[in-house]
Design a protein around this ligand. Structure first.
Ligand SMILES: NC(=O)c1ccc[n+]([C@@H]2O[C@H](COP(=O)([O-])OP(=O)(O)OC[C@H]3O[C@@H](n4cnc5c(N)ncnc54)[C@H](O)[C@@H]3O)[C@@H](O)[C@H]2O)c1
Length: 294
């Protein structure tokens, strides 16, 4: 979608981090935006930042794991902003622990937001983009969708699913609606609040999710160590604005993959080669841990 000016977009997870940065970047290109998130106050702040770029902003408090809420968001976008050309399915949360110990509430929460949030978005937004004459979809996955780091299986599972969904949909769209493009965003570490995702958890699990499930002392220490590593890596990560600019370019250039950390591609190659060679998996992108396999 080369010409962005005057077009209409919807962005989920727009109250913080990458979502907010994408909102400001697309507004700077002249796009009118519907902004969705569960955090109403910060969502209003994003709407102000968008309006400051001289375009319209519609803030719609939305839980993306609720299909009716997402459908309502899509309806309001079209009726109040006059169409739909860009959809960024970006809202996300993170949680982990030892795969076999993660409680079902956590699995349901992470998959509900990260995977079903994207599915609901695709179902509600795609027909409206087609009806508006075409445009582009951006699904936020992660490098966790291209590798399999330990201690964060619900997150990995959701992001691998978003990658394969986006790949399949790219082919489906090219066969049925070539006027609609699709990209999948797979960042490495980005300086956002993703490691504080618990703030948006609907029910209080009573204790930090990634340690509450690890009963054994050794397991608990390992989980805490992993959490500290992840926190430090996120705080030293890429600025969300840099990610947002790459997304704007990808939409303009119809690029299917937005890989913001080229230095991480070696890990993807390594994983793929291990699969082909039938070798055991490695720790992926948690460099503070060692599995002895490199
Ligand atoms: N930060 C990173 O290192 C990183 C790396 C790869 C991928 N990602 C992905 O980027 C996306 C954006 O995350 P971020 O890093 O900006 O984190 P963030 O926590 O700063 O922003 C995520 C936003 O999603 C919102 N959200 C959470 N649950 C929601 C729900 N049910 N409905 C609607 N909105 C909801 C939050 O309120 C928040 O505003 C996520 O999908 C995340 O998985 C982040």
């Amino acid at each position: 979608m080369e010409n962005l000016e005057g077009r209409v977009g919807v962005i989920t997870g727009a109250a913080s981090g990458i979502g907010r940065a994408m909102a400001v970047a697309f507004a700077a290109e002249g796009m009118h935006l519907a902004l969705a998130d569960v955090e109403e106050g910060p969502l209003g702040d994003t709407a102000e930042l968008v309006r400051a770029e001289g375009v319209n902003a519609l803030a719609v408090p939305t839980d993306v794991s609720d299909p009716e809420a997402v459908e309502h968001l899509a309806e309001r976008t079209v009726s109040e902003l006059g169409g739909l050309h860009l959809a960024c399915n970006n809202a996300g949360v993170s949680a982990g622990g030892l795969s076999w110990e993660v409680d079902l509430d956590t699995w349901n929460w992470v998959l509900g937001v990260n995977l079903f949030g994207v599915i609901h978005g695709l179902r509600s937004f795609t027909p409206r983009i087609v009806a508006s004459g075409g445009g582009h979809i951006v699904n936020t996955a992660s490098m966790a969708g291209l590798t399999s780091p330990p201690g964060m299986s619900p997150y990995n599972v959701s992001k691998h699913a978003v990658v394969t969904l986006s790949e399949a949909m790219a082919v489906e769209l090219s066969m049925t609606h070539p006027e609609v493009g699709i990209s999948v965003l797979c960042p490495g570490w980005v300086r956002t609040r993703i490691h504080e995702a618990d703030r948006n958890r609907p029910s209080d699990p009573g204790a930090p999710i990634d340690t509450a499930v690890a009963d054994e002392e050794g397991e608990q220490a390992a989980m805490e160590g992993m959490r500290d590593i992840v926190e430090a890596l996120i705080e030293g990560g890429l600025a969300p604005e840099a990610v947002a600019h790459q997304v704007v370019d990808a939409v303009r250039e119809q690029r299917p993959w937005v890989l913001t950390h080229p230095e991480w591609m070696e890990m993807v190659r390594n994983r793929t080669e291990r699969i082909i060679a039938e070798e055991p998996p490695s720790v992926g992108f948690l460099p503070g841990l060692s599995d002895g396999a490199g």
